[in-house]
Design a protein around this ligand. Structure first.
Ligand code: CA
Length: 443
């Protein structure tokens, strides 16, 4: 009898402990996934039932944006909650050209802040914020890291574009066998098994569907110690579109494994899952009818999928609110129990009131900048400045950015031009690095 009573007491305690435990956060990012590349966003090519289910049973954004139109800038914004211009990561870190570059180590990262809030942190998959050891994820706030540091690797033999092995376990170059989409998921589900009793922040950073285009059943493509221009470009005899579909469907299947693992441990109701992409499509991908693709500051370059799922906590809805990658850090910090976000001095805002209570986000401008082209959003209005050319679009009526109406609305153009210039003067890498040096001296 005593044994039964103590067993009951134990299981009640464990339920109470779980209810009181801070929510887990799983951040899943796809790489170069177009706005129209998964079925809940209209893809006719790939079937993505697991993502569709997360979207239908959660909050699906139709106006979610990557901070940058290419990889590294968006990741810098994700992990700092800042406009990436402040971190000096305004273009991609390239495995052959600027290998020594990385995100400045004096800027606090999201995982560092999550650790302060009592979380354990892990990243599996792509980093792309610096190759030298001081920039390694395990030196930038992640307790656990297994994955790759450069922009892309061969999915099977794990060579970067220069033919160097790029698969790390913490700071050690140590290869493992496997198709990376599956391999990083193996690590993620094992991580959940091992860490289910303490709150965790888990980043699953897919390589898919970034090139090289390789499906789960293909073979390695890249050749060791061979420069990018001499690497084979594709798998002979296979249709690239078919491979692209396989890559997305493999990612979806692997996301399903993560969800199943959470269900197995009864963690679904205490776990937020977020899915988004780091920029628009390339190659055989689809923008879903938007203008432009990766590297463009037209919508196709940065409007991406944004799915938030937290059963019992988030009411299923499709939202038209405008949000960006840099909003995730304040959202997660608030979830983790941060009383005030002001002290962190972030550019992003918490999406939690919108997600949990359907409260509209505060009115704000949102900005993009890449290689001298700048854009600003103000509700339905979007202004783009590129050299001497100014474009104004009403996205409510013209999501495809086809009709430049700048001449018809000179006052709007003047207001938004002033906003862009003011913003850039504040965040530009030059201003920001000066400010950081000044702060260093004060310390
Ligand atoms: Ca990318």
């Amino acid at each position: 009898m005593n044994k039964i009573v103590s067993l009951c007491a134990f299981s009640t305690l464990s339920i109470i402990a779980q209810a009181n435990q801070k929510p887990n956060i799983i951040m899943i990012m796809a790489d170069d996934l177009g706005y129209g590349d998964i079925s809940c966003y209209g893809s006719k090519l790939a079937k993505t039932p697991n993502l569709d289910k997360l979207a239908t049973e959660g909050v699906r954004f139709t106006d979610f944006h990557s901070n940058g139109p290419v990889c590294s800038p968006t990741r810098a914004a994700l992990f700092t909650g800042l406009y990436q211009q402040r971190t000096s990561i305004t273009s991609v870190i390239n495995a052959s050209i600027n290998r020594d570059h990385g995100m400045p180590t004096d800027i606090p990262t999201m995982p560092q802040r999550m650790k302060e809030m009592g979380y354990q942190t892990a990243l599996f998959g792509k980093w792309h914020l610096g190759i030298p050891e001081r920039f390694n994820p395990s030196n930038r706030g992640f307790d656990t890291f297994k994955g790759f540091l450069a922009g892309n690797i061969d999915y099977h033999n794990h060579l970067d574009r220069e033919g160097n092995l790029d698969w790390y376990q913490q700071t050690e170059l140590k290869d493992e066998k496997g198709y990376i989409t599956e391999l990083m998921t193996n690590h993620a589900v094992n991580y959940i098994d091992e860490n289910k009793n303490k709150p965790f922040f888990l980043a699953i950073m897919h390589g898919a569907p970034h090139l090289p285009y390789q499906g789960p059943n293909d073979e390695g493509l890249r050749i060791a110690n061979t420069p990018f221009n001499k690497q084979p470009k594709d798998l002979k005899g296979r249709n690239v579109k078919t491979i692209y579909r396989e890559m997305i469907e493999s990612m979806d299947k692997e996301i399903g494994r993560v969800v199943a693992k959470l269900e197995e441990h009864k963690l679904r109701e205490n776990t937020l899952i977020v899915f988004c992409a780091d920029n628009g499509h390339t190659g055989p991908g689809s923008s879903g009818g938007l203008k432009g693709k990766k590297s463009s500051i037209n919508e196709g370059g940065h409007r991406v999928a944004g799915i938030f799922n937290w059963p019992g906590k988030l009411k299923p809805q499709v939202t038209k609110e405008t949000a960006m990658t840099m909003d995730l850090m304040p959202t997660f910090l608030e979830m983790a129990g941060a009383k005030s976000l002001e002290k962190y001095k972030l550019d992003g805002i918490s999406l939690l009131p919108l997600l949990k209570e359907n409260k509209p986000l505060p009115k704000r401008y949102t900005f993009w900048e890449y290689k001298g082209r700048k854009a600003v959003r103000d509700d339905n209005w979007k202004l783009i400045i590129s050299g001497k050319k100014t474009e104004l679009y009403d996205l409510e009526r013209d999501l495809g950015e086809k009709k430049n109406i700048a001449k018809q609305y000179p006052e709007k153009v003047a207001t938004l031009t002033k906003a862009i210039n003011g913003w850039y003067a504040e965040v530009s890498p030059k201003t920001s690095s000066k400010k950081r040096k000044k702060n260093d001296k004060k310390k």
